[in-house]
Design a protein around this ligand. Structure first.
Ligand SMILES: Nc1ncnc2c1ncn2[C@@H]1O[C@H](COP(=O)(O)OP(=O)(O)OP(=O)(O)O)[C@@H](O)[C@H]1O
Ligand SMILES: [Mg+2]
Length: 239
């Protein structure tokens, strides 16, 4: 019997799908080096929904960028979906992102010259999925946009654009969804509909969700809340 890990009534907890140990990130700026992440410890269990809150400038977005392998840490270890990100080259990080991560931003980040269908198909094509367009159509159907496949982002409402972005994040089968204030640019009702959708899809796919939000009600919907301040996690770092 292994008693080394935390034990719940279901037995030993699964290994974390996201694990950061003493992560520091220092970036240069004109005024000198800025310590943005200052000793982050964080672990997230598979299937968990983690809300990330904290004041503007505290390092929330940077934290997600580091977890997505879009920003390299200065020190500390970071392991996501079984991959140790330290020391990986750009190609390896791009493969890791393609296979493991779906990202939803506040300002949708769709490609303006591509239709909704093409936007969702892009990551599938990168992955070499046969019938990427057909699969993309199915995922747009899932978010209620089966009737908007050939619309360009400029021809879609904000809520519709965010639904395209969610379809794109989930289409490639990502096990981890990183969402950075996904309802920040939407009105209250649309924002609520988007969050309902995101939580429903997360549940259906058994994915792990890391959600940055300034909305306390939204954070409360998560299994746990991590509170970030001055580049550190003040509470909620571990299950
Ligand atoms: N490329 C960069 N170079 C230097 N400093 C940066 C860089 N990116 C971010 N920062 C600084 O790092 C700090 C954290 O930024 P970050 O975007 O992570 O904050 P945040 O918690 O997401 O804030 P908000 O709630 O406003 O989105 C800020 O002080 C910011 O100015
Ligand atoms: Mg931010």
């Amino acid at each position: 019997m292994d008693f080394s890990g935390p034990v719940s009534h279901l037995g030993r907890m699964p290994d974390p799908i996201v694990s950061l140990e003493n992560v520091h990130l220092t970036l240069p700026s004109r005024a000198g080096p800025v310590d943005i992440l200052r000793g982050i410890d964080l672990s997230v269990r598979p299937g968990e929904a983690l809300g990330i809150v904290g004041p503007s400038g505290s390092g929330k977005t940077t934290l997600l960028m580091v977890i997505a392998g879009l920003e390299r840490v200065s020190s500390g270890t970071i392991s996501v979906a079984g991959t140790l990100l330290n020391g990986k080259n750009e190609d390896a990080l791009a493969r890791f992102r393609r296979d493991a991560i779906g990202i939803v931003f506040q300002s949708f980040h769709l490609i303006p010259t591509m239709t909704a269908l093409e936007n969702v198909a892009v990551p599938l094509e990168f992955k070499g999925v046969a019938d990427a367009l057909g699969q993309a159509g199915k995922h747009l159907d899932r978010v209620g946009l089966g009737h908007r496949l050939s619309h360009y982002p400029g021809q879609l409402s904000g809520g519709e654009q965010q639904r395209v972005a969610i379809a794109r994040a989930l289409a490639s089968g990502a096990r981890i969804i990183l969402a950075d204030e996904p309802t920040g640019n939407l009105d209250l009702d649309t924002g609520k509909a988007i969050m309902d959708l995101l939580f429903t899809l997360k549940q259906e796919d058994g994915a792990t969700l890391l959600l940055i939000t300034h909305d306390p009600a939204l954070a409360q919907r998560c299994d746990r809340i991590a509170s970030v301040r001055d580049g550190r996690i003040m509470s909620g770092a571990h299950p």
